[in-house]
Design a protein around this ligand. Structure first.
Ligand SMILES: [Zn+2]
Length: 469
């Protein structure tokens, strides 16, 4: 196993990952609330989550990845006030919350599949784990960390001496005044519901020792993480906006219940922004992966685009930046598609140091901009020296990058070698902006009965049909 260094939000430092029982790494990442389409800002977080797992696996760890689907109890404010987002969506769409959840879960999975985001080993729905949530809530009530009121069972944040440690909240300050108006049953504005009661019009309800109701959002993640990964997990991640409320509350309720550290390492992905504004549903500036497809973008260009900034930094989304990412990805794919068969046997001497650079980059807190720079350097070097034996290294890197390079290669293995080498040469001519040469090569290929098409996925070659001659 190779050492992996990760920025831990809890310590605010880059630390060497020290799993409890290596090579196993237990990893929990917060999943979507399935009340609407996910937007590209959310998708950046899921690409990040997948990259974390791929990097750890590349480094030799055996990752057990659990992600939740929130299908009940996430209120319209993260601070636990307002209405359940699922209930609001059900009324909006005149469906049951179960149908809404089913519909948007399917769309979510289609999006992440298109981005080559690997499915977690365990994908757990909140509504399938109500029992675990009730058990954890009961434990907190027994330990005096939660109190029962007519409107719900609330976690008592003053019962946890270091409440606020993840976000380093200033609890003595005035900041609570700026928050939404807390429910009058709460003893402290930051207290939050573990179990909601007294909402007879809510469509999803379960019996509990305190009456019929439904779980709060935060308890869901704690209960499911512990159910599948144990009371202390190695790694927990989510979006940066989860730090001050959701993750703070996950820590509080888990650690008060068990007396143990909940997660050893916390990782958070930065926002995707438009201009200087974050993309969010509440701001109405969001768009989806299908919107991008409608503009001629390949989903994997978006994945590649995510690698153009470090995961913790904000990434500014523009059509121009996405187009640039798509163009670079096309270049990589075209190289992979049309490199000669000999590119698969052996390895050029310049590859070994680049392999080392690639591994060093990803294992130092997922430096993906550096990792893709190594990929491009390798292709440049292969073109410059006309020594193409780098494909195996590219396929190896793609275990982390997830750009589907092996699939791209296998699409073209049916092409005659002479055609493939001319297409590769034309790609190189285009990179050198030698358009006369590039046109000449296209004509040569056409004369042999093959048509070149420049598509969002890169150059495609197909046999010429009779009627096209
Ligand atoms: Zn969560």
């Amino acid at each position: 196993m190779r050492d992996v260094f990760l920025y831990n939000t809890a310590s605010r430092e880059v630390e060497k990952l020290e799993p409890l029982s290596p090579p196993r790494v237990s990893y929990y990442s917060c999943g979507p609330t399935v009340y609407n389409h996910v937007h590209v800002g959310n998708l950046r977080t899921y690409v990040f989550t997948d990259t974390v797992r791929r990097v750890l696996e590349y480094a030799g760890y055996d990752v057990l990845h659990v992600m939740n689907i929130t299908d009940v109890g996430h209120m319209t404010t993260d601070q636990d006030e307002g209405a359940d987002k699922m209930q609001v969506a059900a009324e909006r769409e005149r469906k049951s919350p179960w149908e809404v959840a089913e519909h948007y879960t399917r769309l979510f999975l289609a999006d992440v599949d298109a981005l080559n985001v690997q499915r977690p080993h365990v994908l757990c729905r909140a509504t399938d784990h109500i029992r675990e949530m009730l058990d954890l809530t009961a434990r907190l009530v027994e330990r005096g960390c939660a109190y029962v009121t007519p409107s719900g069972v609330y976690f008592d944040t003053t019962a946890m001496p270091d409440y606020g440690k993840l976000a380093r909240l200033n609890l003595s300050g005035q900041e609570d005044g700026a928050r939404v108006e807390p429910h009058p049953d709460k003893r402290h504005p930051r207290d939050f519901a573990l179990w909601k009661l007294d909402q007879p019009t809510h469509a999803m309800q379960w019996d509990s020792p305190w009456g019929r109701g439904y779980p709060g959002w935060h308890i869901e993640c704690s209960a499911m993480a512990m159910r599948f990964l144990g009371e202390t997990i190695d790694l927990h991640s989510g979006g940066i906006d989860h730090i001050p409320v959701h993750h703070e509350n996950e820590i509080a309720q888990s650690e008060c219940a068990t007396g143990k550290t909940f997660a050893k390492v916390w990782m958070h992905a930065g926002f995707l922004t438009i201009g200087d504004t974050k993309i969010s549903k509440s701001l109405g500036n969001f768009f989806t992966l299908s919107d991008l497809a409608g503009k001629g973008f390949d989903p994997l260009s978006f994945r590649y685009f995510c690698y153009t900034a470090k995961y913790r930094q904000p990434l500014n989304f523009t059509d121009q930046a996405l187009r640039a990412a798509q163009k670079t990805l096309q270049g990589i794919r075209n190289f992979v598609r049309y490199a000669p068969e000999s590119a698969l046997s052996g390895e050029e001497p310049f590859v070994a140091p680049l392999r080392e650079q690639f591994a060093a980059a990803i294992c130092h807190d997922l430096n993906m901009p550096q990792a893709v720079a190594v990929v491009l350097e390798m292709i440049r070097e292969a073109n410059r020296t006309r020594e193409p034996r780098v494909l195996e290294a590219l396929f190896d890197f793609d275990r982390v990058l997830g750009l589907g390079l092996r699939e791209v290669r296998s699409e073209t293995t049916a092409l005659p070698p002479t055609i493939r080498s001319r297409v590769a040469e034309r790609e190189e001519a285009r990179v050198q902006r030698d358009f006369a040469r590039s046109d000449a090569l296209r004509d040569e290929v056409l004369a042999e009965g093959w048509i070149l098409e420049d598509t969002p996925e890169g150059v495609r070659v197909r046999p010429r049909e009779r009627e096209e001659s």
